[in-house]
Design a binder for this molecule. Structure first.
Ligand code: GLN
Length: 447
């Protein structure tokens, strides 16, 4: 009830919720009370959570931030949602996001922009902007987001919360609306590292309904959380400490490095030589996959239909013209171009090869170090409207988060200081495949 009251008092300003599930939440909370009284509570029982509007939720609207799904109600729960419900979590609502998770500022939402709770004139980051802002505004204890190129870590950084992108395959994506299937991954955002570890443990694991989920045991993330970083080798990839880095970001990250030294970690410089190609490579792969995934929104099977009586093709094009926003259209066009006959080898296939080199860079670095430490974003949260006219500038705001998705590895973003204007700054720790326990442990030691 306290969280629902907080949402009612603040959502006008922050715009982080697209849908508030008041009646469902109160019913789930009453059930959780009974479960607790009966002595069979799970760690998630009674915990008020909210989820990005990309997760299918039974009987509750799922819009994915798009007009084309404005009226869409899923007939089933995504696996991550079903797992949370089984454990008695209370899902209080669906969070604002960039349309189809395409964006870095949450300005591409049919539900309007999310405002950064630290400064309402600034963006919260994206695409899981609502998921980060809701926590920062005290509207939910923890949330779920998705991260295709940084969409959990970058908003976590801009809103001063903790966000983790698990290894590709760690959390089921069944029932999560697809953007770029070889990159998308579900993950938790929370106020602190321990909550983030708890929520990850609750949703991780093999799911026969997602053929990319990996059948490897889920460790007890809390068991090793407080073991410290003494003797750990932390690598600083030199390509991430570039000249364009904002002075406040550099200062905060340098201070974090000093803290890790003080905690007994060994700091080593490493190189990820193909980093420069990551953004270009990502925007080929992500748009190609998106153009294919978004072909299903044709006015026939899902959501809104526009039909002025011009036949089937007319109905498709009217529906898609009216239903998709500008950024989504831009990406469908880019992706369709890259996949068109004769261009596949030059673009998509080439990008896949570069992607392998980028992954190999990480695996080589992890031969020498246990973790990597980098900034999350080149600057703190920027002003609403500042980058909307320049897609390339917008794309570059994910320069430090995108390579990890291409490599399929895990990473966490946690607060490490403030800018001179009082805006949160994030620190990124990257880990080996399925080393979520290790990055959580290092994050906890810092926090
Ligand atoms: N900003 C990146 C994009 O627009 C990443 C988005 C995401 O991780 N979903 O594609």
């Amino acid at each position: 009830k306290a969280f629902l009251a907080r949402i009612a008092a603040t959502n006008d300003k922050v715009n982080s919720f697209i849908t508030v599930c008041e009646a469902e939440a109160l019913a789930a909370a009453a059930e959780a009370d009974q479960r607790i009284a009966a002595g069979n509570a799970a760690p998630m029982t009674g915990i008020p959570l909210a989820v990005k509007d990309i997760f299918n939720t039974l009987d509750v609207r799922t819009t994915c931030g798009s007009k084309i799904l404005d009226n869409y109600v899923s007939p089933y729960d995504a696996t991550a949602i079903a797992k949370l419900r089984e454990q008695g979590a209370v899902i209080i609502g669906k969070l604002n996001m960039d349309e189809f998770a395409m964006g870095s500022s949450n300005e591409n939402s049919a539900a309007g922009p999310v405002k950064n709770p630290w400064d309402l004139e600034r963006v919260p980051g994206g695409s899981s902007g609502g998921s980060a802002a809701a926590i920062a505004a005290g509207q939910a204890l923890a949330t779920l987001g998705t991260d295709t190129g940084g969409s959990i870590r970058q908003p976590a950084s801009h809103c001063g919360v903790v966000g983790l992108k698990p290894t590709y395959g760690r959390v089921s994506r069944y029932g999560v609306i697809a953007y770029a299937s070889s990159l998308d991954q579900v993950g938790p955002l929370a106020r602190n590292v321990e909550d983030c570890a708890t929520l990850l443990g609750a949703v991780a694991g093999y799911d026969p309904m997602d053929s990319t989920s990996v059948d490897t045991p889920v460790p007890d993330y809390l068991a090793t959380l407080k073991d410290g970083v003494k003797g750990k080798k932390i690598g600083l990839p030199k390509e991430y400490f570039i000249d364009g880095l904002d002075a406040d970001v550099k200062k905060a990250v340098d201070a974090a490095i000093a803290t890790y030294k003080g905690l007994g970690a060994e700091i080593v410089e490493v190189s990820l030589p193909h980093t420069d190609y990551a953004v270009a490579c990502y925007y080929l792969i992500a748009t190609a996959e998106a153009s294919s995934n978004l072909a299903r929104y044709d006015g026939v099977r899902y959501g809104v239909r526009k039909d002025e009586g011009e036949g089937l093709i007319g109905m498709y094009s009217q529906t898609r013209a009216a239903g998709f926003g500008d950024e989504v259209k831009r990406r469908i066009m880019l992706g369709t171009y890259a996949l068109s006959s004769g261009y596949y080898d030059a673009y998509y296939l080439k990008a896949q090869k570069v992607r392998t080199l980028i992954r190999q860079d990480f695996l080589d670095a992890f031969e020498k170090v246990d973790l990597l430490l980098t900034p999350v974003a080149p600057t703190p949260a920027f002003k609403i409207g500042e980058k909307t006219d320049d897609p390339l500038q917008m794309y570059l705001s994910d320069i430090f988060t995108i390579p990890l998705n291409l490599a399929g590895l895990c990473g966490i973003s946690l607060p490490c200081g403030n800018s001179s204007e009082g805006l949160p700054i994030g620190l990124q720790l990257l880990g080996k495949p399925f080393a979520e326990a290790e990055i959580l442990q290092a994050a906890w030691a810092f926090e």
